[in-house]
Design a protein around this ligand. Structure first.
Ligand code: HEM
Ligand code: HEM
Length: 287
C-alpha cells in the first residue's frame, strides 16, 4: 500500500519537477531579455563595465575544487538520471560505474572544500556568513535582479543570494551523499549493507522495514537531484551574465577584464555611466 503511494509520488515528482524546470528556463530567458532591454548586457559585454573585486585573486585550490565539483556533479546528475530513466540502450553497467566513482570523488571533494573553508591558511568561511547588513540590504539585491532598481549594494565578495545558495549547497550535498550511500543494499560490511547501517536502525525501525526506508531515501535522493539541477542552472546563468570576467578567471580561462573599460561597483552602486573611472578600490570591505 505504502509502496503504491510512493510510486505515485515518484510520478508526481517527475511531472512536477519537469514542469518547474521548464518554467525556470522560461523565466531565465525572460530575465536575459530584461538584461538586454535595460541595457545591462550592453553595459557589461560591450562597454566592459563589470563588478570590481578587491583583495587578492582567488587561490588555485578553491578553483580546482570547484571545477572538480562541477565536473562530478554533471557526471552524477547524468548517470543518476540514466539509472532512473535508461534513455539509451546498454549503458546500465557503465553508468552505475560512473555514478559510483564520482560519488566517492564528490564526497572527498566536499570534505576537502569544507576543510579549506575552515582550516586552511587562506580559510574563507567568513565570506559565506550572512551578516546583519546582508539581511538589511537583501531587498535591494532582489530589486536589482528583478530590474526594479538600477543598482545593487556591494557588500563583500558574495551577495546575500550567493551566500545563501553556496551555503545551501553544503547540507544538500551531505544529504545527497547520505541518501545515496543508503541506496547501496549489498551486505558487504560484516553482513550489513550501507543501507542497514545508515537507515535500518532508525528510519527502518520507525517506518516498519529497512526496504521502505530505502524507498524514502531514494525519493529524497531524487528530489535533491532536481534541487541541484535547478540551483545549478540559476547559479551558472547568473555567474555568466552578471560577472563574466569572474567566471573566466574562476575557470582559469583567459580574461580581458583588467585591460579594458571601467569597473563599476567598486563600492556602493553600479550606476556609473559608461567609462566612469573605478571608484576607490582601496576602500575597505563592508565585512
Ligand atoms: C553525493 C554522493 C552520492 C552518492 C553516494 C550517490 C549514490 C547513489 C547510489 C548508490 C545510487 C543507486 C545506484 C544504483 O542503483 O546502482 C544512486 C542513484 C541516483 N543518484 Fe546518486 N549519489 C550521489 C550523488 C548524486 C548526485 C549529486 C546526483 C544528481 C545531481 C545524483 C543523482 C542520482 C539519481 C537521479 C539516481 C537514480 C535514483 C532512482 O533510481 O530513482 N546522485 N546514487
Ligand atoms: C556550469 C556550472 C557552474 C558554473 C558556470 C559555476 C560558476 C561559478 C563561478 C563563476 C563562481 C565564482 C563566483 C564569484 O567569485 O563571484 C562560483 C562559485 C561557487 N560555485 Fe559554482 N558554478 C557551477 C556549478 C556549481 C555547482 C554544481 C556547485 C555545487 C554543487 C557550485 C558551487 C559553488 C560554490 C560553493 C561557489 C563559491 C566559491 C567557491 O566554491 O570557492 N557551482 N561558481
Amino acid at each position: 500500500m505504502a509502496e503504491i503511494t510512493l510510486t505515485e509520488l515518484n510520478v508526481w515528482l517527475d511531472v512536477g519537477f519537469t514542469i518547474l524546470y521548464v518554467v525556470l528556463v522560461v523565466a531565465l530567458v525572460g530575465h536575459f531579455i530584461g538584461n538586454v532591454l535595460t541595457g545591462r548586457i550592453k553595459k557589461r559585454f560591450v562597454h566592459k563595465q563589470w563588478p570590481h573585486h578587491e583583495g587578492p585573486p582567488v587561490p588555485f585550490l578553491p578553483k580546482f575544487l570547484h571545477f572538480q565539483h562541477v565536473f562530478s556533479m554533471f557526471a552524477l546528475a547524468f548517470s543518476g538520471l540514466y539509472i532512473r530513466f535508461p534513455f539509451f540502450d546498454g549503458g546500465r553497467t557503465a553508468m552505475r560505474w560512473v555514478h559510483y566513482v564520482f560519488m566517492i570523488i564528490v564526497t572527498i571533494n566536499l570534505i576537502w572544500r569544507l576543510w579549506y573553508a575552515f582550516y586552511a591558511k587562506q580559510r574563507d568561511y567568513k565570506e559565506f556568513a550572512i551578516t546583519k547588513e546582508d539581511i538589511v540590504t537583501a531587498p535591494k539585491v532582489i530589486l536589482y535582479y528583478t530590474f526594479v532598481k538600477n543598482s545593487k549594494p556591494h557588500l563583500g565578495k558574495y551577495n546575500v543570494m550567493q551566500k545563501g545558495t553556496y551555503t545551501l549547497f553544503v547540507p544538500l550535498l551531505i544529504l545527497q551523499a547520505y541518501t545515496g550511500f543508503a541506496l547501496v543494499a549489498d551486505q558487504f560490511i560484516f553482513g550489513y549493507s550501507p543501507r542497514d547501517l545508515l537507515l535500518g536502525w532508525w528510519l527502518g525501525a520507525l517506518v516498519g522495514s529497512t526496504d521502505l526506508a530505502g524507498w524514502y531515501a531514494r525519493t529524497a535522493h531524487y528530489v535533491i537531484t532536481w534541487l541541484f539541477i535547478i540551483l545549478t542552472t540559476i547559479h551558472a546563468y547568473l555567474s555568466m551574465t552578471e560577472d563574466f570576467p569572474a567566471f573566466q578567471s574562476f575557470f582559469g580561462l583567459p580574461s580581458d577584464h583588467d585591460s579594458h573599460g571601467a569597473h563599476d561597483d567598486a563600492h556602493g552602486h553600479d550606476t556609473e555611466p559608461h567609462g566612469a573611472p573605478a571608484l576607490n578600490p582601496s576602500a575597505s570591505k563592508a565585512e
